[in-house]
Design a protein around this ligand. Structure first.
Ligand code: GDP
Ligand code: MG
Length: 470
């Protein structure tokens, strides 16, 4: 894809398959002309589309302009620039959603001079035409892929420009300070007063604070975007699969039958309190290799490494067994500050014979969730604990500005390092002209987040992750 193309593009913008309607979208300087070639009104007459009001809809047909044969009955949606997604003239044909008719409509449009759009090319045009910045364009992908309410509202906020505004604020502060530093050097004869190191230092620390507060939101942003792994562990028959099924039933499964990362697990993505959790259960006794329970516990524990959350289940109705102790040993082995363990005492409907003090001291915990999956006790409490554990210790910004991708994080870290260099330089009292390189570097890195300073390859890389027709 070339950096800048001013031709007219077209694509099927709805999923391929049978559906109520399907949309073929055309954008570019010739969108109206091309649409006119293939569109006929209800009496099959050619109409002057340019005379239609912008943002109006029209009933008619798409025909093959060579043969005159009808392809589909459609609603034409006309949107003249600049108030469109791409800021170019845009026409959308709402067709009957059959695969073949959509392809034929697209083909007719292509034959009349449009080019097949590359993935994300409509959104790329919105960016190149200045309607949105790069952080907003990235929010479009996140919005499409959002699986929970929280990730949806976070990407909507970014699409609304909250990250863009924050970055723009930091950049303009940087530009101001650079100008004040450079002016006396650029115009030595004009007797411009040099800015005091104290004032530079104040500005740099303001900027560092701003950059750091964004970097801190990455962990939360990633959880919103990618979800968090929660592994259920416990001895045989303690109720692991029952818990897995209960969590699925009570909460919408986001993706059914997520392929397990290994053959010995089943995993489902569920939405609990607005956060996506990948709940992992060991496949259990259906797998002949797992019949011997000792092996099963070992296999389960193999997954301890990758899980951020462990749901450790014990049977409250019987004393702790040697198997329980093996589970506890494995959990303790894998413990670290990034891992959280939620302890569940299941089957309380059958009485409580478990030695709770012993359990708490072996695991070094102060609290557990008493549960009966049979009587539906403790499930809401567990869900609240899950949501709390997922976000505990993370910075959840009040203003909603969250970064969630590595590209943005890398640029912020680069800006941070450059600003720290400036700060160091001030302490060492080096001359101002040495600071300007680092100031420029900080400015460029922030500019890459919004797309103000960015290379063609990076832009192409970002938009290639989109789907066709967006
Ligand atoms: N009484 C009672 N039985 C339960 C409870 N939770 C699970 N069970 C039963 O315990 C048995 C084993 O459950 P399962 O979920 O397959 O355990 P897993 O081997 O850990 O996956 C099943 O018969 C369940 O119906 C509970 O809270 N109370
Ligand atoms: Mg099971």
């Amino acid at each position: 894809m070339k950096f800048w193309e001013n031709d007219t593009i077209a694509a099927i913008s709805t999923p391929i398959g049978e559906s109520g309607i399907g949309i073929v979208r055309i954008s570019g300087p010739k969108a109206l002309e091309i649409a006119q070639e293939v569109f006929r009104d209800k009496k099959l007459n050619k109409t002057k589309i340019r005379n239609f009001l912008s943002h109006s809809v029209h009933y008619g047909f798409v025909i093959n302009p060579e043969s005159g044969e009808k392809i589909d009955e459609v609603i034409l949606v006309l949107m003249k620039k600049p108030q469109t997604y791409t800021r170019e003239d845009t026409v959308e044909f709402n067709c009957h959603g059959g695969i073949l008719s959509l392809r034929k409509v697209l083909e007719a449009v292509i034959n009349c001079g449009a080019r097949m759009a590359e993935p994300g090319e409509f959104t790329k045009r919105a960016f190149l035409n200045g309607r949105i910045d790069l952080s907003q364009a990235e929010a479009v992908i996140d919005l499409i892929q959002a699986k929970t309410e929280r990730s949806l509202s976070s990407s909507l906020a970014q699409l609304g420009g909250n990250l863009k505004r924050k970055i723009t604020d930091l950049r303009s502060r940087l530009i101001e300070i650079s100008a004040e530093i450079e002016a006396p050097m650029d115009f030595p004869d004009q007797d411009i007063k040099e800015i005091s190191p104290k004032k530079v230092e104040e500005n740099i620390s303001y900027l560092l604070k701003g950059v750091n507060s964004l970097i801190e939101t990455l962990d939360y942003g990633k959880i919103l975007k990618e979800g968090i792994n929660a592994l259920i562990v416990g001895k045989a028959n303690v109720g692991k699969s029952s818990l897995f099924n209960t969590l699925l039933r009570e909460n919408r499964a986001i993706v059914t039958h997520l392929p397990g990362t290994t053959r010995d697990t089943i995993e489902e993505l569920v939405n609990i309190k607005g956060i996506a959790f990948k709940i992992i259960d060991t496949a259990g006794l259906k797998d002949p290799e797992n019949v011997i329970e000792k092996i099963s516990i070992k296999k389960m524990m193999k997954h301890l490494k990758e899980a951020r959350l462990i749901l450790a289940m014990f049977d409250a109705s019987v004393p702790l067994s040697s198997e329980d102790k093996e589970v506890i040993r494995e959990i303790n082995k894998g413990k670290n500050e990034n891992k959280k363990v939620i302890v569940i005492e299941n089957k309380i409907d059958l009485g409580e014979k478990i030695n709770r003090e012993k359990l708490f001291s072996l695991l070094d915990i102060k609290d557990s969730t008493k549960m009966s999956l049979k009587e539906k006790i403790g499930i809401e409490e567990l869900e609240e604990k899950l949501a709390r554990a997922a976000t505990e210790g993370l910075v959840i910004p009040e203003n909603g500005v969250v970064i969630n991708n590595v590209r943005q994080a890398n640029q912020l870290n680069r800006a941070k390092q450059a600003l720290e260099q400036v700060s160091l330089g001030l302490k060492k009292k080096i001359t101002y002209d040495f600071l300007t390189v680092d100031l420029k570097d900080a400015l460029d890195s922030l500019g890459e987040i919004t797309g103000d300073s960015i290379s063609e390859e990076i832009i192409n890389d970002i938009f290639s992750r989109f789907c066709i027709g967006k």
